[in-house]
Structure formats: C-alpha cells, structure tokens
Design a protein around this ligand. Sequence first.
Ligand code: HEM
Length: 182
Amino acid sequence: MSDPAPRHPYPDAFRPDEAPAPHPLLTPVLGLLGTWAGSGRGGYPTLDEEFAYTQEITFSHDGRPFLHYASRAWLVDADGRPLRPSARESGWWRLQPEGRVEALITQPTGIAEIAVGRADDGTVDLATHEVALAPTAKQVDATRRRYTLTGEDTLTFVHDLAAVGQPLQHHLAAEFRRCSTS
Ligand code: HEM
C-alpha cells in the first residue's frame, strides 16, 4: 500500500552547493540563499517615534528560476529584548535574463506588491510595479527595497515607503549576518 501522505520529493535548497542545482538565471542572487538574521531601525513621519527591530529573512529555491522569500520581524527594546511581533511577508522573486527580477510579495496587513528591478554585483534593487490592497489595508502606494551583500556573510537592507499620504521616503534600515547553514 502506498504511503497516504508522502513527503514532498523536491525539497528547497538553501545553499548554492546543495541539491537541486540552482537554475542558471539564479546566478545573480546565489549569494542571498540561506537564512539571515539582523537588526535595524525604522520610522516614518506619521509615527511618534523611531523603533528598533530584529528580523529573519530566508531565501531558497527548488531548481527553478525563482527564489522563495520569507521575512519576519519583531520589535525590540533598547536592550534587544523582544516587545511584540511586527511585519511579516513572503513571496517569490522571479529571475529573468540580465538579472532582471519580478518579485511578488504579500503581507498579512492586506498588502500585495509586485516589484521589479535588477540583481547585479551583490545588490538587488526592487521598486514597486503595482500594489493591490485588501479593503481594510492601509494605503500603500510604492516601496523601494535595496539589498547589498557587503561580504560573503553580511547583508544590508534599506526600505523606502510611500504610504498613508506621504511621499516615498525612508522606513527601514537593517544589517544582517548569515545564520549557520549546517
Ligand atoms: C522589517 C519590516 C518592517 C517593520 C519592522 C515595520 C515596522 C513598522 C511599525 C513598528 C509601524 C508602526 C505601526 C505599528 O506599531 O505596527 C509600521 C507602520 C507601517 N508600515 Fe512598516 N514595518 C516593516 C515593513 C513594512 C513594509 C514592507 C511595508 C509596506 C510594503 C510597511 C508599511 C507600513 C505602513 C503603511 C505603516 C503605517 C503607517 C501609518 O499608518 O502611519 N512596513 N511599520
């Protein structure tokens, strides 16, 4: 009798040297594969004060020309102790020729973004192509996300936001270290 609930036969890879072999179109983003943890600060003109946060990001692939992307953040106090869960999102980065990227990203706050941009020489720069909002979501008009590999195991991230009547401007900046992949 066959197993009624077989495990998925095509698990994701989190390292370039892990099976399955990465699709050639993933070459410009191979340095991002894996799990990253870091901390950052954020703010916005509509908020009373800045905030500090910690964030985990994971990029993986299954041999096809897209990355699975997942991010979860939590607010922390001045000593880095967790205060509460914060932004969470996941999606797909579809790699195209010449390092072009089409990213589909959704958040539990009712925001779905399609961002387009380029991956090149250790940086990924994504800007909004379209935003779709659930009926009760806050107004978000555009974002810009820049990821920069500053070393094999270090990554910076900056995020600009045009939302709730404000023009595109700084919302987040963070620095990450690669988590061990053994
Ligand atoms: C690490 C990721 C992020 C963190 C830690 C973060 C944190 C925050 C915090 C603390 C607030 C204030 C409201 C609250 O206390 O919850 C906020 C507001 C907001 N964030 Fe973020 N955020 C993140 C990513 C994003 C992204 C990716 C978007 C949009 C695509 C976004 C859009 C907004 C909007 C629209 C507001 C509401 C501003 C207002 O109503 O005045 N955030 N964020």
